[in-house]
Design a protein around this ligand. Structure first.
Ligand SMILES: [Zn+2]
Length: 590
């Protein structure tokens, strides 16, 4: 929880130095009437050495990459000297204003409007929401910067209605608000504010504080969600043997009335706009848990393991990142691994996800698509094909090294050699770097399946990893069941070539016993017996007692498979020792 800072005076509180060399900037974010769809910003800069300065809003937001031109929603840009006399302001571009007589400049004021989601690429977490019920802003939508002065430390003051709370992962500085070391950090910490009734959980993992905020239209199973977050945090802490922050914020925005979907990673927080979970059932492997795992892995990739194309950020140029497949695809693969490695889901769930990725099997050139993220946003195949090729790369490395090295080793080495050194990796030479770290040849794989359009050889690589991508024949009971007015379970239909047909069950039969269990009259018990039947396997014995024309008939046989197969991923029963070791290695935390 962060305190509310109500400032009655917000002019003349400039903290910038009186000399022309900036020591610090102060931003004041003011929303006293939340029924208006705009927020006021006062940017106390102090004077500059330059005759004229260029004031910008970013064109794009880190983590989203799509060029949105946030200047589009900025109005009433004014500049003043220390005696509140106006200075000349000239709009020079969609995101740019030029301010004359900058040697006398004291502050810039402007307003930022609520931004509607006008395209799929504009994820809600990259925009702002100025509503009577809450306020959310991703930094680039409200905080402008003066060109050439991004390294100046900043203070942030917030002015919201008196009964609102403010959450931001910036360091809190009482009584003024928050502190950021520089502009990059300021805009990497979104601001959420709303009534003090918004639910908040504080917890620790390994002595590090975490704050989860649930800005939700409905009650959500927050206790369960927090438990799963703890599992994911513990796993990532164990995997990287560190956490790269002093405290961490999860900012959840859950809506039922409007469809919003998106999440965004930051260096010490993550923000979410999602459908709320209705209850705890299925939550451990829900989209929400998977998205949390994805955003948490981003803390390292790309927040710490960063490519040269993203460091330093060029806020006016659409990013051109060669390694977008690594940033989003590899992260997605590790998010799927995180769920199983942290014990939240069984292997079958992971295999089901692999099946989904293999079915998509896009042939898009991921390197070329990544370079277009500024114009098109991050392509969906970056998450699907990107995750699939990351999985296959893991198998390739393990296969070529006799399971002595893995993608885990490469990621951890990149973190040590680049992340810990504060040194970006050259994203045009990433595969070369990965080859060096793993001691294997990956060039051909990269050329064909990542920066090429060859069909990804799913079968071949799955086999090397002890898995089969094959047809499966799921158990096929093949009876339609219903409950009559007297509470009796009866068969209303029997499919051809099904288990029920093979047993001799007929439509109209009343079911009395299944596998030795009497069928009770209450619906809940019937449902629980039916659920057990969902998990039967092909070949398992099955015995049913039915009543037909007043006579009791005992029917028995075995469960048979559906003659119409599905594609599935299963463990290869004929896998050799190496393939089996590779498969088992994938599930182990290194
Ligand atoms: Zn992502």
């Amino acid at each position: 929880m962060r305190n509310v800072f109500v400032l009655l005076l917000w002019t003349g509180l400039c903290t910038a130095s009186s000399s022309a060399q900036q020591q610090s900037f102060t931003y004041t974010l003011r929303l006293t009437d939340p029924t208006l769809d705009r927020v006021e910003i006062v940017f106390d800069t102090g004077p500059f050495r330059e005759e004229e300065v260029r004031f910008f809003l970013p064109a794009w937001a880190p983590g989203n990459y799509y060029v949105n031109d946030y200047g589009r929603w900025i109005d009433s840009v004014r500049a003043f000297d220390s005696l509140s006399r106006p200075l000349k302001v000239h709009r020079a571009g969609i995101n740019e204003w030029r301010i004359g007589d900058a040697r006398r400049l004291a502050r810039i004021t402007y307003t930022a409007r609520d931004i509607p989601e006008d395209s799929l690429e504009s994820l809600p977490t990259t925009l702002n929401e100025i509503t009577p019920r809450y306020f959310y802003a991703n930094g680039p939508t409200v905080f402008g910067y003066v060109d050439g002065h991004l390294a100046v430390p900043c203070s942030l003051r917030t002015v919201f209605p008196a009964d609102w709370k403010v959450w931001s992962s910036l360091d809190s500085v009482a009584p003024f608000g928050f502190h950021a070391d520089d502009y990059d950090q300021l805009i990497d910490c979104p601001v959420l504010a709303g009534p003090s009734t918004i639910e908040e959980h504080r917890f620790e993992v390994n002595g590090v504080p975490y704050i989860a905020v649930f800005n939700s239209e409905t009650k959500v199973p927050s206790d369960s969600l927090v438990e799963y977050m703890k599992s994911l945090i513990s796993y990532h802490t164990a995997f990287f043997n560190e956490v790269p922050f002093r405290q961490y914020y999860f900012l959840f925005n859950f809506f039922v009335s409007t469809y919003r979907y998106g999440a965004l990673e930051h260096s010490n927080s993550s923000a979410y706009f999602l459908r709320p979970p209705v209850n705890a059932r299925g939550l451990r492997h829900s989209t929400i848990t998977q998205v949390i795992a994805h955003e948490f892995f981003h803390l390292w990739n790309p927040k710490i393991i960063t490519p040269t194309s993203l460091k330093p950020f060029k806020y006016q140029e659409g990013p051109r990142v060669h390694s977008m497949w690594f940033i989003e695809g590899l992260t997605e693969y590790y998010a799927k691994l995180a769920l199983i490695r942290s014990g939240l889901v069984p292997r079958s769930f992971f295999y089901e996800q692999l099946r989904g990725l293999a079915l998509e099997n896009s042939r898009e050139n991921l390197e070329q698509l990544g370079l277009k993220a500024g114009e098109l946003g991050v392509a969906p195949s970056m998450y699907t094909k990107g995750a699939l090729v990351s999985f296959l790369l893991d198998i390739a490395i393990r296969d070529q090294t006799g399971n002595q090295k893995s993608l885990d080793d490469v990621v951890l080495a990149l973190n040590r050699q680049f992340g810990h050194e504060g040194r970006p990796y050259d994203d045009r030479a990433l595969i070369k770097t990965m080859e060096k770290l793993a001691g294997v040849d990956l060039r051909r794989f990269f050329k064909k399946y990542i920066s090429g359009t060859d069909a990804v050889p799913v079968d071949e690589y799955f086999r090397k990893g002890g898995l089969l991508y094959t047809y499966v024949y799921p158990p096929f009971l093949g009876w339609g069941l219903d409950v009559d007015e007297g509470g009796q379970l009866f068969v209303n239909a029997v499919a051809e070539q099904s288990t029920a047909a093979a047993l001799g069950v007929r439509a109209g039969d009343i079911v009395r016993r299944i596998n030795g269990t009497d069928i009770p009259a209450d619906l809940d018990s019937v449902r629980s017996i039916m659920r057990k039947l969902d998990s039967v396997s092909v070949g398992e014995p099955v015995r049913v007692v039915v009543e037909r024309d007043g006579a009791s008939i005992d029917l028995h046989g075995t469960v048979i498979g559906n003659p119409l197969p599905n594609v599935g991923v299963v463990e290869d029963p004929d896998a050799g020792a190496t393939a089996t070791a590779i498969r088992e290695g994938i599930f182990r935390i290194p």
